[in-house]
Write a protein of this length. Structure first.
Length: 731
RNA sequence: GGACGCUUAGCUCAGCUGGUUAGAGCGUCUCGUUUACACCGAGAAGGUCAAAGGUUCGAAUCCUUUAGCGUCCACCA
């Protein structure tokens, strides 16, 4: 009897197991053979530590990659971190102000960047260690960072390729300006918040024929037109006319234009058009060739051209305009309305739409695709980026799971505007464009000659992370990694980044490589606390996964985040659930202890050549039946795994192990083991069952299963063959 | 304003293309110190499957409507 097997499973030894895996070299696919299977890790932000949501995301990926590895695939899970420009920029500046009282402008661009890089270095290390704790079987030798040298070259190459194709352009557009963060943000980085507001009904002047309604009277100094619906009989007579009005000491030229976007039922059915300070108004202005008159600056203050309002904050200016309207009897009424204010997702600042010179990616321009390995798209075919994005999903080349996310994806493309990729931040990839007088140069390096001045702006973080599936593999160099591992197979992002990231990866990969970035986008939900609240810094209800792992073990936490959680659904995190799976780990441990302690001596597996069981013999019919049923389980679990249905696979395994194997099979085997005529068969049956179950459980609970495996084997369970069928050694 | 999802035992959730007395885990209650495990075992209670109507021999499962909760998109000037 093997006396030294402990009475309960000790999860504190998990780190030793991780050490064994890592030093074995099998996280690195160079040491594996077979058909490649690739997962590129969604890079966690380099802003700091990981939360339980990361554990959820990584558990899904680790299950997928371990399953692939056991099925004999050349499995690569490539880890990395994201520089997260806005987030990191903000965070480090906060720390800087706290520590030194100086902001980034006071210490200067160069010093600030250095500060950020030091910070990032530290948090990358922290993140990597946390990922080891939860068991990520990632290939650390290929670890990448969105801002390292290789990725910088890739980003510049990507920019240049798109620039040369005419898809990247620079122009003045009304964009979402964040006065707080002092940068432009894209449409996907703004959040609408409902707020009580007022709707003011007024005329510009007594001699103006139409009353308009607005929630922002202070912007009316920038009006160029009044738009009405072309079908609106009230206003038809005025369309095309132009009026000059005096408005708070300013002269405004107001033309009456007909535009279908105007809702005749809202307000007075007439809209004051402010081209410079509203994206929709700007679009109306484009259609009717109206001038763009900017009256608010980058700091959210009224500009000099507003005369008496110059230098005032918009809020104060609004009060003055309203007061002026009242004094002049122009204000007809004020209504309370509910409105959405637009805020910047990161900084929380209220967005001020402004006309700005920015860089954009044109999603509607036709271009001949240089190279295509895509279905339905020939090399050289004229396509738009939108068409590319749509095509690869509708063709089924990329599958977005769950299906409802696919609908959201198509809908997003339908509403997509050109992507603003420039940011007025310091930390990030600098735009690879240089200027000299009237010359403009786009390249990978600064051009020769003097007086060239590089563009001040940096790129949207999502520009570089959109390249992630292939820059991590060495692109633009034609590396063997790129050849071997791209397109990748599986990607598991949260639904909150379906648009900014998943969609953009598809855009970039199809454009630059003519390949899909991944076959499956398995969109997961978020982890909430047991009351259904989000974990957030502001609520201060965060949970450190490392603490949970210390208390219950990584396997327990992984199971708690997977069992019964349907694809794409949110998880309610409950510590009791983790505790339950800690108990399960112990159950597995003890069942194994029983089986091993009842195995014959000498040990079942000889040292060195542990593939050959010493034990062999005929199975009695009763035991054979158990093995047959186990075979059905193997088939079912395998099918579920292939469908990425981890929720049911894990639940079924849990149930079978505990309530069939432990409660029934082991219990019923006890008398068999006591009887010499049935003992040998029972031993084979138990051993076969246990080890098959360990294999099936390994992707979900890698630590406990490997620890048990190590009691009796010289090789690693991690790379053992997934049971295609249950093989019983009998003569 | 559009689109989608959810509503099944106290709690968290399964129930696929409709078919025997609706399932699991946790929790609760009762019993149990049987040599793998008390991080355990045996057993029990607990649901008019949100509501109404319809299709059908038969519906938690399909259709319609309603209510509540949630999410995404658009953005109303």
């Amino acid at each position: 009897m093997n006396e030294e097997i402990a009475k309960s499973y000790d999860q504190s030894k998990e780190s030793e197991i991780y050490q064994i895996w890592e030093s074995s070299g099998y996280f690195n696919p160079d040491n594996l053979s077979g058909k490649p299977y690739t997962i590129i890790m969604p890079p966690p932000n380099a802003t700091g530590t990981l939360h339980i949501g990361h554990t959820f995301e990584h558990t899904i990926q680790d299950i997928a990659i371990r399953f692939a590895r056991m099925r004999g695939r050349k499995a690569l899970w490539l880890p990395g971190t994201d520089h997260a420009a806005i987030a990191t920029n903000t965070k480090v500046e906060k720390i800087l102000i706290k520590e030194t009282g100086q902001n980034r402008h006071q210490i200067g661009r160069e010093k600030f960047i250095k500060k950020v890089e030091e910070f990032v270095q530290g948090s990358r290390g922290t993140i990597q260690n946390q990922l080891r704790v939860i068991g990520d079987s990632a290939d650390w030798s290929r670890e990448a960072f969105t801002m390292d040298e290789e990725r910088t070259l890739a980003v510049r190459t990507a920019f240049k390729n798109m620039f040369d194709a005419g898809l990247v352009y620079r122009g003045i557009r009304v964009i979402n300006w964040d006065p707080k963060g002092q940068t432009a943000v894209s449409d996907d980085e703004v959040v609408y918040k409902p707020e009580q507001g007022k709707l003011y009904y007024f005329k510009y002047s007594t001699d103006f024929p139409i009353t308009i309604a607005t929630t922002r009277p202070e912007t009316k100094l920038g009006d160029a037109a009044v738009a009405v619906n072309p079908e609106d009989s009230r206003y038809k007579q005025f369309v095309g006319k132009e009026y000059e009005v005096g408005f708070m000491g300013n002269k405004l030229k107001i033309r009456i234009v007909a535009d279908e976007t105007v809702d005749p039922k809202f307000g007075t059915g007439a809209v004051g058009v402010t081209p410079a300070h509203s994206i929709t108004d700007y679009e109306i202005a484009q259609r009717h060739k109206l001038p763009t008159i900017q009256i608010i600056n980058e700091y959210g203050k009224m500009m000099d051209n507003t005369q008496s309002l110059a230098g005032k904050k918009t809020k104060d200016a609004r009060e003055e305009v309203v007061a002026w309207l009242k004094e002049n009897n122009l204000l007809e009424k004020i209504e309370d309305v509910e409105l959405n204010i637009t805020t910047a997702e990161r900084s929380g600042g209220i967005i001020e739409p402004l006309p700005k010179l920015q860089w954009f990616i044109d999603v509607n321009k036709k271009f001949p695709i240089k190279h295509s390995e895509l279905k339905n798209i020939e090399t050289g075919q004229e396509v738009t980026l939108k068409e590319l994005m749509r095509s690869v999903v509708s063709s089924g080349e990329i599958q977005i799971l769950p299906e409802r996310e696919e609908k959201k994806y198509f809908h997003w493309i339908d509403n997509l505007r050109d992507w603003n990729i420039s940011r007025q931040l310091w930390y990030g990839h600098r735009i690879p464009v240089w200027y000299r007088n009237d010359e403009i140069y786009c390249g990978l390096e600064a051009p020769g000659g003097s007086n060239w001045r590089q563009d001040e702006d940096t790129l949207d973080t999502w520009f570089s992370s959109a390249l992630w599936t292939f820059t991590t593999l060495g692109w633009p160099k034609k590396t063997s990694d790129l050849q071997t591992f791209h397109p990748t197979q599986f990607m598991s992002p949260g639904y909150e980044i379906l648009f900014p990231w998943v969609a953009r990866m598809i855009l970039m990969s199809t454009f630059h490589l003519g390949q899909i970035p991944f076959e499956i986008a398995y969109i997961h939900g978020i982890v909430r606390n047991k009351d259904g609240q989000k974990f957030s810094k502001s609520l201060d209800n965060g949970i450190d996964p490392v603490d949970i792992v210390t208390k219950y073990g990584a396997d327990a936490l992984r199971m708690a985040l997977v069992v019964g959680v349907g694809t794409g659904n949110d998880v309610k995190y409950d510590e009791m659930k983790v505790k339950g799976y800690r108990n399960f780990a112990n159950k597995i441990w003890n069942a194994a202890r029983f089986v091993y302690n009842n195995a014959p001596q000498p040990p079942l597996y000889q040292s060195g050549g542990d593939r050959t069981p010493v034990l062999s013999g005929e199975l009695l019919p009763r035991d054979q039946k158990i093995i047959d049923e186990l075979r059905e389980l193997v088939t079912r679990i395998t099918e579920q795994m292939e469908k990425y249905d981890f929720a049911h696979a894990s639940e079924d395994l849990y149930h079978y192990f505990w309530h069939t194997f432990a409660d029934k099979i082991i219990e019923e085997a006890k008398p068999k083991l006591a009887d010499e005529t049935t003992k040998a068969s029972a031993q084979i049956m138990l051993m076969t069952s246990l080890e098959t179950l360990l294999k099936l459980l390994h992707p979900f609970m890698p630590f406990v299963t490997e620890t048990i495996w190590q009691l009796n084997h010289k090789d690693l369970l991690m790379i053992r063959q997934w049971p295609n069928e249950v093989v019983v050694s009998s003569k």
